[in-house]
Design a binder for this molecule. Sequence first.
Ligand SMILES: [Zn+2]
Length: 408
Amino acid sequence: MRWNRFWILGLGTLFTCTFFIQAKNNPVTRKQDKPIRTIIIDAGHGGEDPGAKGSYSTEKQVTLEVALKLGKILEENMPDVKVVYTRKTDRFDDPRKKAQIANDNKGELFVSIHCNSTGKIRKVTGYKTVYHRKGKRKIASKQPIYAYYPSNAKGTETYIWATSKNNAKMESLKQNSVIVLDANSEETKQLMDDTDPETFILLNTLRNAYFDQSLRLSTLIEDEFTRVGRISRGARQRNEKGIWVLSATAMPSVLVELGFISNPEEEDYLNSGSGQQELANCIYKAIKRYREELDRFTNNRNSSPATSRINTRSNSNAAMLKPGKPTKNQPVPSDSYCVQLMITDKLYKPGASIFRKLPGDINRQSVVMNKKKMNKYMWGRFKTDQQASNALRKARKLGFKGAFVTNC
Ligand SMILES: [Zn+2]
């Protein structure tokens, strides 16, 4: 069922993005490539930050070994994919630096590798008699004797960012120009203005797509672990320390907890060459399955004329949307222009006083944003872009600061 939801949401996202981008710009058609061309592998912790500690090893050592093994398998089996490591040595980097490496390299998938741990378990092994004074009396009391044992918690977990971090993820998408635009155009300034409702919708849609993709990959990783006999504690959402990087990276992102370094049995497994190889293999197989699924989706999508105008960075649901001015060879989707004045929850009649200085028709459309019913107001029908830009200037002068030209 989850998978169905993935497709439905994916397709929904695609059409929504297409709709908004087409409504607002004229995207440049580009050759489509294989989905996922750059994968970022992040070995958790490093250098002065050892991460969790086992009885003889540290998390930073295990994560680095598995990250390097995973990278090697990817490089050998997916030669068309560029593998970028956040670290290849025992080095400490601020998580912000790691996110920056991922974003600067325009990663299309971020896999962060960690180990779990729990505190020791306390058990009562016997009792001792302790005496203390109360006034002149000496009172005896029984007190438990404790012994501490390693916790037997075991198994793998794969995390995606918690939905409470949705705004942070959206901010990362915005900051990292996942939507790549013609930097000097008026539309760009308009589109990257997050008070603009369409930008908000676009980023929101993109984030939802990444969320579903991350969730799908996390489920596949846990599935692969189960196949080799690991105990899976499931794909989860987390909003704790260490997970920040998931919302700071402008791409689908997961955090894999390979096992419990605090459990002696798992510590041995995590430190063994064969265990590390098995873990890396599982993650690789999950990435492969994920990529094949995206690829099938891309092929479906490419056959759809409604979506052929969109250019994406990953060919996944949504990514780099590059609008531009139509060239001579490109059809202009509509021969008339409107000025979109605003989107607001307020309801105005076409003859309302705020539109009084705008000659021509005012059209209202109902739109739903963030589950809220809103009203979109469009002005006029202009034959040439010159007329439309004159009208836009006028609308902005009259106080419709967020107005822009769109095809009607
Ligand atoms: Zn960690």
